[in-house]
Design a protein around this ligand. Structure first.
Ligand SMILES: [Zn+2]
Length: 405
């Protein structure tokens, strides 16, 4: 039964513990606390030294299958141009029949090296499901659907269901269906995914919402780059009646939103919309570094928290960020919201993500009974506030995994 000592322990469910001890057994946390002078020292004790021990982090939103796009799309302030470039690259690769499995493997290893224990992964192809299983990375694999024409909804849903049935699920890697966004998914398809959620044994969903100004224009006025894009791609549905509302009201009226849904980005949602989401109990997943680089805009981090919503954090894909370092997302959140306590930012990257993805019994806090999937972050020199230190930028070289018992 391994017994550890460390300068700091951050259970997340309670304040940091100085000079801490921790015991684990057969993969689970057994007990932990503050070391008092004269406390018994066990012979198999492992002194981790000047480190902060915390639960493995939760990346609540990424697209591992886009990992091969790393470095291929320049930073821009034109979101519409950015997403067109992603579509172009996807189409090119589909024509070449490229195999991106190596980049998916690398991305999973990279996420782990940055201290990630659980991933909310968005995939159109399900290519990430098997690698996640093979690497033993806990995940919710959201099979994301796109299709703006109502008439295609039943077929798209049938195909997706058949693909999912062919994928081995496990306790570690679970599957769910996710509509991409209000401007790319028909009301009929939203309805079918919603209906499936009612019967799914593991019921979660995710939707990109309020990501760009163009999305708001499309829903309120039926015009702008999304309308043009859908028409150009031959995917416009002339029977679609624009809702004349913001995205929250649009999905709310459809009955799509509830506390099992992860709403991703939310950059362009109003205070009223954020409050509504908070009252429904959805989790908002912010991806602040990606938002800056894709031209979506600056994530209103303080507004998210002020609304009372549960906020989780993701890196988004390597098409938009240079790495899968969640600590860098926390650093960006700290930059955008200097007044927020570091504690709540750390909750975003741990327990809030674990709850949103339905893995809170295993991950997200250091509490007895949870998995011993813990990381030790090297503290370089005197640290006045360990929580503040952890949101000020941590590199992979500072992170080690505590050996599993
Ligand atoms: Zn995304």
């Amino acid at each position: 039964m391994p017994h550890y000592r460390a300068a700091w322990l951050l259970p997340i469910s309670q304040p940091p513990i100085r000079d801490a001890w921790l015991r684990t057994d057969r993969g689970r946390i057994v007990a932990f606390g503050h070391t008092r002078p004269g406390d018994f020292t066990s012979p198999d004790e492992i002194d981790l030294g000047e480190v902060a021990v915390l639960p493995g982090l939760v990346n609540a939103h990424t697209h591992l299958e886009l990992s091969w796009m790393r470095g291929r799309i320049p930073e821009t302030d034109d979101f519409d141009g950015w997403i067109r470039r992603v579509i172009e690259l996807k189409n090119q690769s589909a024509r070449h029949g490229d195999d991106f499995s190596a980049s998916i493997d690398e991305a999973i290893l990279e996420a782990r090296a940055f201290g990630t224990v659980l991933i909310g992964d968005i995939t159109n192809t399900l290519a990430t499901s098997r690698p996640l299983q093979e690497h033993g990375m806990a995940a919710v694999v959201f099979h994301e659907l796109l299709g703006f024409r109502d008439e295609d909804a039943a077929r798209l849903m049938e195909e997706a269901t058949a693909r999912l049935e062919g994928e081995p699920a496990s306790d570690l890697v679970r599957h769910a269906l996710a509509p991409h966004a209000p401007y790319s998914v028909s009301p009929a398809l939203f309805g079918l995914i919603r209906a499936a959620l009612q019967h799914a044994p593991f019921a979660r969903s995710s939707v990109h919402l309020g990501e760009s100004a163009a999305e708001i224009e499309f829903l309120k006025h039926g015009t702008g780059p999304w309308r043009e894009g859908l028409e150009q791609m031959g995917k416009w549905d002339p029977s679609w009646v624009f809702p004349r509302s913001g995205p929250v009201e649009y999905l709310d009226r459809m009955g799509f939103l509830d506390d099992r849904v992860l709403v991703v980005h939310g950059v362009h949602l109003t205070a009223v919309e954020l409050k509504r989401l908070a009252s429904i109990g959805v989790t908002l997943v912010t991806c602040p570094r990606g938002n800056m680089r894709t031209g979506a805009g600056e994530a209103p981090i303080e507004d998210f928290f002020a609304s009372g919503m549960r906020v989780a954090v993701g890196t988004d894909s390597l098409a938009s960020v240079p790495d899968l370092n969640l600590f860098s997302e926390l650093e960006e959140m700290r930059r955008l919201a200097p007044a927020l306590p570091a504690r709540v930012l750390l909750e975003s990257a741990t327990i809030n993500g674990a709850r949103a993805l339905g893995f809170e019994a295993d991950f997200g806090t250091i509490d007895s009974g949870k998995r011993d999937a813990l990381i030790a972050v090297q503290l370089n020199g005197y640290v006045p506030s360990v929580e503040e230190y952890l949101v000020s930028g941590i590199d992979a070289s500072q992170i080690t995994w505590i050996p599993a018992s």
